[in-house]
Design a binder for this molecule. Structure first.
Ligand code: BGC
Length: 244
């Protein structure tokens, strides 16, 4: 089955057609910049342009950077507050005329990694992280997703983890990989105490450079880089639209 996967991020809105049986992209990715302030109107308009680019009228699966329940956004950490209570799924249907499914973006990336990537065949508790503008977390127990975990917002040493540990903090504060890696280690140790995972998968933009910061990690848990890099969000969103 072919589904148009969409990944709504803090900096880019990306899409591609996905063959859901294999998790393979059957088109190039198409990306537009996320509009400044990420307000619902301009973001929906940008999504419409991405869908239009593919001249698509089949199913659309969308990963969105917020808690999503039944298509509605409940939080807005790196996007406009105006998304809170917004029916993203209905707006997608209205903007594109396509049947649509919306889930949290990290949950989408996690679904793809579990099915086709670094979590394939893992039966225990797996924690997938996406380190980018925000910190996304997806938790799988025996292959089953526990949606909307939002562990990027836990408090570690008296402060919220996300603004201190996200990849954007490394860039903003011009931290060396080593210095940022030590921060990440403190955060991952806190997650380890919280959910006792069997495996941690690190995804998002920073995972491409994992060799630079993995040596800073001192954990009981096995840690591996994501296998699908920045395609995981698109692929997992498409899989979600098939009911997986
Ligand atoms: C949001 C999450 C999202 C993550 C990655 C966080 O700020 O609260 O919902 O998954 O960023 O985009």
């Amino acid at each position: 089955m072919h589904v148009l996967g969409l990944d709504i991020g803090g900096t880019g809105i990306k899409g591609a057609l996905v063959e859901t049986g294999t998790g393979v992209l059957i088109t190039e990715r198409f990306r537009l910049r996320t509009p400044e302030k990420a307000e619902p109107g301009p973001v929906m308009e940008t999504i419409r342009k991405v869908v239009e680019h593919f001249a698509w009228n089949g199913s659309v699966g969308c990963g969105f950077p917020a808690v999503i329940k039944h298509g509605v956004a409940y939080t807005a950490a790196n996007i406009s507050d105006r998304w809170i209570g917004f029916d993203v799924r209905q707006a997608l249907v209205d903007a594109t005329g396509c049947p649509a499914t919306v889930i949290n973006d990290a949950d989408a990336a996690g679904i793809a990694e579990m099915r086709f990537g670094a979590g394939m065949g893992e039966a225990g508790t797996v924690l997938v992280l996406t380190l980018g503008t925000g910190i996304g977390t997806a938790l799988f127990v025996r292959g089953q997703l526990v949606p909307n975990m939002e562990l990027g917002h836990i408090e570690v040493n008296g402060r919220e983890a996300e603004p201190w540990t996200a990849d954007i903090a490394r860039k903003r504060e011009r931290l060396s990989w080593k210095k940022w890696g030590r921060r990440l280690n403190i955060y991952l140790q806190a997650l380890e105490r919280l959910v006792s995972p069997d495996l941690i998968i690190i995804g998002g933009g920073a995972s491409r450079e994992h060799e630079k910061f993995f040596p800073c990690l001192d954990l009981e848990t096995r840690v591996v880089p994501a296998a699908m890099l920045n395609e995981a969000g698109i692929i997992g969103a498409a899989l979600a639209a098939t009911g997986l």
